[in-house]
Design a protein around this ligand. Structure first.
Ligand code: AMP
Length: 261
């Protein structure tokens, strides 16, 4: 496994592989890798000749006052995990923005609801960095988690609208044994907060079995001390929600329709 830090080196290498007819898969991450990331990486591994995992805490997708500076960055452990998961390249740029960077990629419809109003500029940061990663890493396939459902939808729209020749592959949410979706931000939670987070995930799972899932879910959350709801909405047959538990913001979603076998 190789670690590449320099964007032009990554791009040159990827273009050469393309010339050789190699199938490239990209799994974009912000590091602090957990079993959710592992699922993306393992799925990608099966479909690619060359598997690139990018690790970059993208500053432009954090709004003012968010957790950019305390976001976990266990780079050595992340690399050990990637080696174990048979990753070919860890692309870990130091910085992707020139001091006078002035070009943005912005999706103006699907990014407006749900997390949009609560995290101003977030999706613009996401689409911009993902477009950069696509151009640098030149993947044929890119893998994104259903856990960040709105992000997945926004990226699919960007790929369609801007004609990126890339297939986006969604991956189901991976949950811990207590039902909480794995997230790098779970490490912020104290044991009491973790208990509330578990109740948040459980409420979401249970809500879909009630006649009015949203109001049932909101009532459940209002009973949890120290938990503040940003939103609960059904979009594309998924009940999506975001909460603050202490200083930690968590998002999650579940399908409202039973899967056909
Ligand atoms: P992040 O490092 O949080 O930016 O996430 C990188 C990718 O992993 C995104 O496509 C996420 O949607 C995906 N991801 C994060 N957590 C999970 C999870 N629990 N299950 C599946 N995918 C996940």
């Amino acid at each position: 496994m190789k670690i590449i830090r320099h964007p032009p080196t990554m791009q040159r290498t990827a273009l050469q592989w393309r010339k050789e007819g190699k199938q490239i898969a990209l799994v974009p991450t912000m590091g602090a890798l957990h079993p959710g990331h592992e699922a993306l990486i393992k799925k990608a591994r099966k479909q690619a000749d060359i598997l690139i995992v990018s690790i970059y805490v993208n500053p432009t997708q954090f709004s003012a006052g968010e957790d950019l500076h305390r976001y976990p960055r266990p780079f050595r452990t992340d690399c050990q995990k990637c080696r174990l998961w048979d990753v070919d390249i860890v692309f870990a740029p130091k910085n992707l923005y020139a001091p006078d960077h002035s070009t943005w990629v912005e999706e103006l419809s699907l990014s407006q609801g749900r997390c949009g109003p609560f995290r101003p500029g977030h999706f613009r940061g996401v689409t911009t960095v993902v477009a950069k990663l696509f151009l640098i890493c030149q993947p044929h396939l890119a893998f994104f988690g259903q856990k960040d459902a709105q992000q997945l939808e926004v990226i699919q729209r960007m790929v369609r609208d801007l004609h990126f020749p890339i297939k986006i592959i969604p991956v189901e949410t991976i949950r811990d044994t207590d039902g909480l979706a794995f997230s790098s931000r779970n490490t912020y939670l104290s044991p009491t907060e973790r208990q509330k987070a578990r109740q948040f995930a459980a409420a979401l799972q249970q809500a879909i079995h009630h006649p009015n899932p949203i109001s049932w879910f909101k009532k459940e959350i209002s009973r949890l001390k120290g938990v503040r709801l940003d939103y609960a909405e059904i979009v594309n047959n998924r009940l999506c929600a975001a909460v603050h538990i202490g200083k930690t913001r968590l998002i999650d979603n579940v399908a409202t329709t039973l899967k056909k076998k």
